[in-house]
Design a protein around this ligand. Structure first.
Ligand code: 13P
Ligand code: SF4
Length: 373
């Protein structure tokens, strides 16, 4: 039995330990979550990413993809605390963009993003210094996918760069190329390549930067000739979709439409009918005619939800493997209930707080993105 929260705002109390929540039955956890939501009212805002599991996303006040969630955090007016049912970089972004008095909490600090972990500040600074020996970095725009640490967003802020999401990557690269003739894109090589390709940049002007190799594994000529340098990062969930899966579905279901996220590899994107961010995928399926058949290449929880919410269409998952975001799934009912109870009790846990100087520069790069028309 979980102890009922005793008091609001009692900093002298120790936080409730997580252990009792791990064993508690779901019905009790659901009740606890509902009770805290009622008690805190508008002071609490629960944000949820579309990849979140059903038992958790049902408690989100607002849900969205990364762009929508960052806009919602920036626009939030009434709340004092945001509980983020997503991953760490999303909670950092909410902290950077929300009002100063708002605190942001991630129910399980282990909910990271393996792609975001593939680029760290030291490696990016080292790459920037190496590139500075060969090309004019004043003519190079750093572009970071929002799936990155706040430190990398701050790096972009300081160096005239910008953040993008999968919704606006094209618009962001258009902005970057209006300013400079080259871009360094991190951490997702696939989003960078798919977007630059759609803009007509030839593949032989895009080179992968492997941070473990001298000059990123490139020749001097390749770097001098480059328009886009693509950091060697990827999403372990979206890389599971292969060109052969598209072929299998087309053979088995003639007329099927294939819809994928731009974090999928170029060879998959090229074979798909449509490519776009999570919000785009949801809208496309919702607006599709009844009776249509789709194979969708993105995270499993979202695809299962789309199938359940669109029973008039046939929705397949574009892989025989289970491709789910395991880190996002760490936000489960026990962690959410534990985090909310502690918030209501005045013993907040798992606050995500970006240091002021990092936040200041990261906001510059995020704001450049949010200001795009
Ligand atoms: P969206 O921008 O579509 O929300 O994608 C975020 C993400 O992490 C996809 O893996
Ligand atoms: Fe990161 Fe991939 Fe999970 Fe998105 S799906 S949060 S990119 S690991």
């Amino acid at each position: 039995m979980i102890a009922t929260p005793a008091a609001v705002d009692n900093p002298g109390l120790a936080a409730l330990p997580f252990e009792t929540y791990r064993q508690a039955p779901n019905a009790e956890l659901n009740e606890r979550i509902e009770a805290v939501k009622r008690e805190l009212g508008d002071a609490l805002l629960i944000l949820g990413h579309h990849y979140q599991q059903d038992e958790v996303i049902r408690f989100a006040d607002l849900r969205g993809d990364s762009l929508k969630l960052s806009q919602l955090a920036a626009e939030s007016r009434a709340c004092r605390a945001i509980v983020f049912c997503g991953v760490h970089f999303m909670a950092e972004t909410a902290d950077i963009l929300s009002r100063d008095e708002v605190t942001v909490h991630l129910p399980d600090m282990g909910a990271g993003c393996s792609m975001a972990d593939m680029a760290d500040l030291d490696s990016v600074e080292a790459a920037w210094a190496d590139l500075g020996e060969l090309i004019d970095v004043e003519d190079l725009t750093p572009v970071t996918y929002i799936n990155s640490t706040a430190e990398l967003k701050a790096f972009c802020g300081r160096h005239g760069g910008i953040v993008c999401t999968s919704t606006n990557a094209r618009k962001v690269l258009d902005w970057a190329f209006a300013k400079n003739s080259r871009a360094l894109f991190f951490p997702d090589q696939h989003l960078g390549r798919n977007t630059a390709r759609a803009m007509g940049i030839p593949l032989d002007r895009m080179h992968v930067w492997n941070p473990r190799l001298p000059l990123g594994g490139n020749s001097v000529e390749a770097i001098e000739n480059s328009r886009v340098l693509l950091w060697r990062g990827h999403c372990s969930v979206h890389q599971m979709f292969k060109p052969a899966h598209v072929g299998q579905f087309r053979k088995q279901f003639p007329g099927i439409k294939v819809l994928v996220h731009p974090e999928c590899m170029m060879e998959v994107v090229e074979l798909a009918d449509l490519v776009g961010s999570t919000e785009f995928i949801i809208k496309t399926v919702e607006n599709a005619p009844a009776g249509s058949t789709w194979a969708v290449g993105t995270e499993l929880h979202l695809v299962n939800r789309l199938a359940a919410e669109n029973p008039d269409k046939t929705i397949h998952f574009l892989s025989p493997m289970v491709c789910m975001c395991a880190t996002m799934s760490r936000i489960d009912l026990p962690h959410l209930a534990w985090c909310l109870d502690n918030l209501a009790r005045g013993t907040p846990v798992n606050q995500v707080k970006v240091p002021d100087e990092t936040a200041r520069w990261a906001r510059v790069a995020l704001q450049r993105m949010l200001d795009l028309p």
